[in-house]
Structure formats: structure tokens, C-alpha cells
Design a protein around this ligand. Sequence first.
Ligand code: 5AD
Ligand code: SF4
Length: 438
Amino acid sequence: MQPKQKKFFIQTFGCQMNVYDGWRIAAMLTHHGLEQTENISDADIIILNTCAVRAKATDKVFSALGRIRRAKKPSALFGIVGCVAREAGASAFRRIPDLNFVLGPQSYHKLPQILENPDARLLNIDLGGLEKFDELPQMEKSPRVAYIPIQEGCNHVCTYCIVPYTRGRELSRPFADCIRDTIHAAKTGAIEICFLGQNVNGYKYTDENGTVFRLSDLIRETAKIPEIMRIRFTSSYPTEMTDDLIDMFATEPKLLPFLNMPIQSGSQSVLTRMNRPYSLELYTDIIRKLRIARPDIQISSDFIVGFPGETDDDFDQTMKIAQQIKYINSYSFKYSPRPHTAAALMPDQIPENIKAERLAKLDALLNEIQREFNIGCIGKTLQCLLEGPDKTGRHLVYRTPFMQQCIVAFRENAPELTDLEITDANKASLRGKFLTDN
Ligand code: 5AD
Ligand code: SF4
């Protein structure tokens, strides 16, 4: 009798880089002959792919582990990979004594070792660099939007951020490897490429001949691939927005008119304490140049409210800059003290109720700006990329060049990339229709 095929369950939390890591882990285990299941009680190995950026995200992981422990088959292996694994290290085994593996964001390719040696505990939170990218098997089929990691880690060391600790120093992948993965994605179904990195616009690779490659070179090469119709990248650090990259928005029509470039705070003194030492003049000047290069460009940002020492006046300046730049698709967070960060030790930590008040105010403003932008799209025709049917199956969801959702009536054999006329809008999404009847 054939031995029964083993099954794995994976749940991913957090940023796009984690989502990508989750796909690679699933592809790796499938390559090892395992089958994916959505059912924990059916799984032989259970993986939580984790995020540590805020304390809440870490807490979520440990409460999920408690639930999994009760729901899983007694023989099933379970563990964590990603940023919480790196944050917690061996202490995760103390918190959950029967945990089988703890693997950091740069060592999850070692996961199959636990299958060969299930009685051992597997701990690896080394910052091994980019080795995982070489060890993982290629994905057979690409999703329509292919995420290509080009850089990992971060040298900026913002004082609130655990990422430089969990993902390590900044490393850029070889240019040839990035292009190889991009071409592979294009040949196996990708229409849109999104280059990924914690500090993606800091991408810099010097080859053996001393030639330096930047993100602008990757964009230029990728735009030559006929199957690829849309290009974007995330997440950008303001001062790495060099002129060669800004020029791409003027010269490469495939580069979408949308840029994620977090400002975090509108107060100069908070930015300094965050160790984000750019001036607000410099930041707004970059945006001015971007708008000259591509007049319809839209910017998205992340914001942190309630950073240690943030006064009412500091917060008002954040509200002011949000209104001035008119950020769309943005996220705001209450400051959360994290281990291994300098800000956690700063004086004047802000009480929770004030953080919550400021967050509600900023969220209301960001929602209103988004709603205005969405309503301003009514009557326009936008080229949109198909995501798939909605939950009801009666509609299709498309993505506009500005990453808004656009919902249209379901149609068989709908085009993957098509012009849609925008007919209605609210703060969350757009409604549209096809320009032709079939
Ligand atoms: N507290 C709150 N938000 C944080 N972020 C990063 N670290 C923290 C923290 N300690 C936010 C930043 C970043 C996004 C990914 O998460 O806004 O851009
Ligand atoms: Fe964290 Fe700052 Fe680096 Fe972004 S730029 S990953 S917020 S340290």
C-alpha cells in the first residue's frame, strides 16, 4: 500500500514580503511531496509564518499557537517561521514546550529538515543572507501579480522598528537573478511585477566587473518583457528616491503612477527622534519632482501616531502633511514599543488613550481623502488588472493603476487587463463597467 500523502497547513501574517515567503514555503513543501490543506486537524505539519512589527502581531501568533495545539493531530509537527521566530528565538520553546521548530526569516528553507528528523527541535534564527533564494525551488506557475524580492533587510534603523533586527542588514540580490526570476514569472503567467524590499529603492548591486545596477535598471529591463504590462515596487525610503528612479516615472509607461513612500510623521522633531533624518522640505521636493515626471501619480504612506514625546502640535503637523500630500491607500498605526529597538527605552511614552484618539482622527482624515479621490475617478476610464471573482461570484474584482479595487458585473472569459469606465465610488472601492458588451 502507498503511504498516505502528508499534508501541511500554513497561515501567513504581516507584510507583502511575508506573503511572498509563505508562497515559497508552500511551493517548497509541495516540491517535497506534501499536499496543502486548509484544515488544521488534517495537517501533519503546521506552519505559522509570522510578523513582529507591532506587539499585537506577536501576541496574535502566540494565541494562534495555543489554538493550534488543541486542534491539531497529536502526531502533527508545528512551529513558527518569520519575524516572531527571530524575535522570540529559543524563548518560544519555553513559552510553548511542545513546539517543534522556530525558523527565522532567512532560514525557513531549512524547514524540510524537521520532516527528516521529527523528534528533534529545530531552531535557526541566523541571518544567513540571501542563501534561501538559491535553495528554494522555482514556482511552477506565477500569479498574475508576481512579487519579486530584490532586497532584504534594512540599514536605516528607525528607532521604533524591529525589522533591522529580525531581517538583518540590507542585502541586494544579484541583478541577473532578479531578471531571471522576472522573466520566469512573465513566462508562467505574470502580467504585473511588483519588486519587493524593506528598502526597495535602495537596491544596489555591483557585479564582478564593477557595474552598478539600481532599481531603475531593473525597471528598464523589465519593461522590455512583452508579457509584463504593469510594474511597481514597495516599500520606498524617501531619501533613496534618486533622480534616475524619478525619471522612470516619466519615461516608462509600464511603471504604474502609484508610489508607496512612507513619511511616518509630519513633525520634524519626531522624525529626528525616529532616526529618519530627512527634512520635510526634501520630502515634499521629491513629491514635487515625481508629479512633474508623472502628473497623475498618487502617493501612499504609513503613519505612526503616539511616538514617544509626540505632542499635540507634532500630531497636528502629521494631519497637515496628510492633507497637503493627499495620500491614498495609506495605513496608520499606534506606536508599539518593540524589543531590540531604541524608542522602547525613550522617555515620555504616550498613554494608550491619547494614541487611540490620534489614530481615530488621522484615520478619519485618510478615509475622507481616499473617498474624495475615489469619487474623482467617476467618469474616467482606467486600465485595470483582473484579480478574480468576489465572494458572491456575481462580480469580478479588478485593480486600477492606483491599487483601488474596481468591481464589475461578472462576465465569462473576462479580459485580464482591460479598460473600465468608472461609474460609482465610495471610500472602499470603485464600481465600473466594460467598454464593450462582450
Ligand atoms: N509601532 C507601530 N508601527 C510600526 N511600524 C513599524 N514599527 C512600528 C512600531 N514599533 C509601522 C511603520 C511601518 C509599517 C510597516 O509598520 O509605519 O512603515
Ligand atoms: Fe523599519 Fe525604517 Fe527600515 Fe522601514 S526604513 S524597515 S521602518 S527601519
